[in-house]
Design a protein around this ligand. Structure first.
Ligand code: TRP
Length: 329
């Protein structure tokens, strides 16, 4: 097999994953793992940059996130799944890179500026939060990853990673390849209330929801409020079921639903049945695996243990090169 290099990506363990995560990042990961040597990381150190004050749930969040990954089809036999904090080299490389990263690069990072506005300023006015992209650069460069699947919101971090890598290579020695991103299409998935699907709106369908809750969530969705009788002409453009359905192009012939609804031929109840059957169909294979891992949680530790060994091997090798380049070894 031609060596195409390592693909690395990560997610912060901040809670259950929803359909938006599945259709965005996870589906891309599943595709990439067939072609590349993939390293998928539980970014628990990154979770601390914003949630440092409350770490009670981090352990369980990690387990649940890995169960989500495995049940939708991330294959631990071919793919390395590991926990960032268990590979100390991430922290070590982050520290070394922080010395060559000018502060203005970090202050002008758009995600930093946005989050400062959104979250309470004093809470994240920390060194760790400002340095978030330096840690992310360390994650990527430690594995000399050439390809990094990320959502569009992460592009500034990838750009910074490249700048940091170039600076390192120029200052010392060419150790790091310059990574490029693969954009995971994150469809702005609509939630059960018609707004963007997001944990903070409490409008998500989770990968871990059981069948009954998915059916219930869909049944409770609000459709076109002006449509009282089936024969009333519907307005799909303001209907949350239609909006969510739109994200399942592989299941529904949009034209027919749209037309039939507009002509007052398709009862909302039936439309909802189609929607939840499509969601359940997409998650079909997930249920059995999830059941297995829920019952055998020690398997998750085994997966992480195995991943740790594999990740460590590469991380150590890169750190040797880094230290030699910097005259530290
Ligand atoms: N910052 C990423 C996010 O919030 C998570 C992440 C951490 C990551 N380290 C990474 C993604 C390295 C890609 C590569 O989505």
């Amino acid at each position: 097999m031609v060596d195409k290099g390592i693909v690395l990506s990560g997610m912060r363990p901040t809670g259950k994953l929803h359909l938006g995560n599945l259709m965005g990042a996870l589906n891309m990961w599943i595709k990439l793992q067939k072609e590349y040597s993939c390293f998928f990381m539980v970014a628990d150190l990154h979770a601390l940059t914003t949630d440092y004050g409350d770490t009670k749930e981090i352990r369980e969040n990690i387990v649940q996130m890995v169960i989500d990954w495995l049940s939708v089809g991330i294959d631990p036999k071919n793919t390395v799944i590991f926990r960032q904090s268990e590979i100390l080299e991430h922290s070590e490389l982050c520290l070394l890179l922080s010395n060559i990263t000018p502060l203005p690069w970090l202050f002008r990072n758009p995600t930093y500026k946005e989050q400062l506005k959104e979250l309470k300023k004093e809470e994240i006015f920390t060194h760790g939060f400002l340095g978030y992209p330096v840690l992310q650069a360390a994650d990527i460069l430690l594995y000399k990853s050439k390809i990094v699947p990320v959502g569009i919101d992460q592009l500034p971090h990838l750009e910074l990673t490249r700048e940091i890598a170039r600076r390192f290579n120029n200052l010392y020695k060419k150790v790091f390849p310059i990574p490029r991103q693969i954009l995971t299409e994150s469809p702005k998935l609509t939630g059960t209330d018609g707004r963007k699907m997001s944990k903070s709106y409490n409008n998500c369908i989770y990968i871990s929801d059981d069948k009954e809750s998915i059916i219930k969530k869909v049944k409770n969705m609000i459709t076109d409020p002006a449509r009282i009788r089936v024969s009333d002409k519907g307005h799909p453009d303001i209907c949350s079921v239609f909006a969510l359905f739109n994200n399942f192009p592989h299941h529904f012939a949009k034209y027919d639903i749209e037309r039939e609804c507009k002509e007052g031929k398709l009862p909302c109840v039936e439309c909802k049945q189609w929607l939840y059957s499509s969601v359940l169909e997409d998650l079909k294979e997930n249920y059995e695996k999830r059941l297995y891992y829920e019952k055998n949680k020690e398997e998750i530790n085994k997966v992480l243990e195995l991943g740790k060994e594999k990740a460590l091997r590469i991380a150590r090798k890169t750190m040797e090169e880094v230290k030699q380049a910097m005259q530290l070894a």
